[in-house]
Design a protein around this ligand. Sequence first.
Ligand code: R1P
Ligand code: URA
Length: 337
Amino acid sequence: MKCDCDFVIRDNPRLFAHYDNCRLMWNELNPGKEYPRNNDGTIKLLNKHLLELNVDILYHLGLDTQNYDLPAMFGDVKFVCMGGTKYRMRDFAQYIAELLDLPEKNKKLVNLTKHSQRYAMYKVGPVLSVSHGIGVPSMTTVLQEVIKLLAYAKVKDPIIFRIGTSGGLDIPPGSVVVSSFGLNGNLGKTYDIPVLGKTRQLPSILDSRVCQEVHSLSADNDDFNTYIGGTMGADDFYIGQGRLDGPFCDYTQADKMAFLNTLKDLGVRNIEMEANAFAAYTRAAGIRAGIICVTFLNRLLGDQVTPNKTTLNEWQKRPMIVAGRYIAKYFEDIKIE
Ligand SMILES: O=P(O)(O)O[C@H]1O[C@H](CO)[C@@H](O)[C@H]1O
Ligand SMILES: O=c1cc[nH]c(=O)[nH]1
């Protein structure tokens, strides 16, 4: 499909010649639905009720539109990276500050959400690093406030990554998976959310171009393999992921294996707890997004996470390295243009 959206010209023409959230593809996939972006690439919040607010309080971020100059604080953001823990996201911010040689590399990083005490958010140059906790409700709560923050700050054409951990399917532990789609626990490529007593199904589609570009940056001398594949976002770590080692379990090992093999046949490479909702909400906001997770175990061989802390900490850095490469390349290419 030929893309005629403005972003082709405005964004990096070499690396990002076309992407799935362009206006043309949006219109095709969402007939009659307003495109959630303005012509200058800023985010259009499709909620007219917000116009009635004198001040919008981003409660979990500890920020608001009255007491903070959000465009001054965040207007230069290009990438948002999210992941489960506060420590990982602080380490990631530090890593990016060093990788991009930013002034923040020599400063103590400040948690910008400290007033709310729920999450952690660090800003290093054009990169925001935000923790989202475990599971869909925790992740979507902060993601929605981040989307509003990006809109209020007038950020143009942002890209959001989730960098996380997961259980792999038939790939060696320590591998990295770049998600091509999100799958829910009922094997549908949607995030299903009850709204006013009725379940809505939001498509869990990720930007295929971001996915392929991230994957293309895997290096021959990496000591891990990087795969592309679907990612199941389960609503639970134990029975929700077909484990046999939770406090409840009324199915057999054979049932579990049949389920995991079905996932494999559907092209799923890993299981975590946010992918389908993350894909659905970034998609609904018209924001390009990608998910990059390391696998801590091969679920076809077991359920317990057995590597020691040092190994797990080392492996957790792999999605940071992969996302960091993409971010660094983006800014290198911008300089050359
Ligand atoms: O490592 P994070 O990013 O938290 O991701 C994975 O780890 C948590 C479960 O241990 C879930 O949130 C799952 O999605
Ligand atoms: O198996 C795993 C490992 C990490 N995180 C998950 O959600 N599942």
